[in-house]
Design a binder for this molecule. Sequence first.
Ligand SMILES: NC(=O)c1ccc[n+]([C@@H]2O[C@H](COP(=O)([O-])OP(=O)(O)OC[C@H]3O[C@@H](n4cnc5c(N)ncnc54)[C@H](OP(=O)(O)O)[C@@H]3O)[C@@H](O)[C@H]2O)c1
Length: 252
Amino acid sequence: MRSEKALADLLDFTGKTALIIGGSSGIGNGIAHAFTERGALVHVTGTRASASEYTPQEGSDLSGLTYHHLDVMDRKSADALAADLGGVDTLVLSQGTVRYGRAEFAQEGWDDVVQVNLNSVMDCARAFHDGLRERQGTIIVVSSVAAFKSTLGTPAYAASKAGAASLVKTLGEAWARDQIRVNGIAPGLVPTKLTAVTTDNDERREASIKSIPMRRMGTPEDMAGVALFLASPLSAYVTGQTVIADGGLTLS
Ligand SMILES: NC(=O)c1ccc[n+]([C@@H]2O[C@H](COP(=O)([O-])OP(=O)(O)OC[C@H]3O[C@@H](n4cnc5c(N)ncnc54)[C@H](OP(=O)(O)O)[C@@H]3O)[C@@H](O)[C@H]2O)c1
């Protein structure tokens, strides 16, 4: 049995560097703070020009984090960031988008969502691969429970998240020889600006909560707990896996 102290040491990231793509708000922001609280130097990215353009009301707290502008619609942006930052120990890919109102059935909406939720996951993983290999680092891909089911109005969201969960398996296998572990988190419902259309509406929120066996929405901190485990030596023998963190939503 490990002592409390030994466990705390395994979750101590002092001297490590983490980069959270999509760490400007929501789940990525919660994960970023969990790493700083445990000693890591943490870089985050967002689409706006500077950190001052984010507000706490949107689920953004950029204190103690180093902010970088990054828009993954530009296929070369991840390479430029990797050249700027050099190596990192943990790369969390929490960027994500969705288009409501049936926009994902049209080509433009489909392409935008697949670019952000799937293509850019590979772009970022590729860009940081060499630095991660040097440090024997870890990649954590935030996909979704939508990877494993239909999402009626948002076909690109579900397909891109299924692609991201699949990519975790292949990169997990391919890069094991480089000592890079690649894992994922599939969140259920977490109130963020991405899900405000549901979570800010009383009726929709209550209906959603009723469908969750644990009878509550998840929090960025819930997701951060899984991320810390996946980035730490506690999961040293785990690769290619996506952990579902959904309060039981997908159990039946
Ligand atoms: N919330 C949930 O219930 C839920 C459930 C399952 C999965 N997820 C996934 O969790 C991840 C985080 O989402 P969230 O819920 O925390 O929403 P969020 O607060 O909107 O965060 C999304 C992040 O992605 C960034 N992003 C969006 N488009 C981008 C682009 N073109 N280039 C670079 N970055 C971009 C956003 O930047 P800006 O802040 O500048 O917009 C933000 O940092 C996503 O992958 C999402 O699909 C969320």
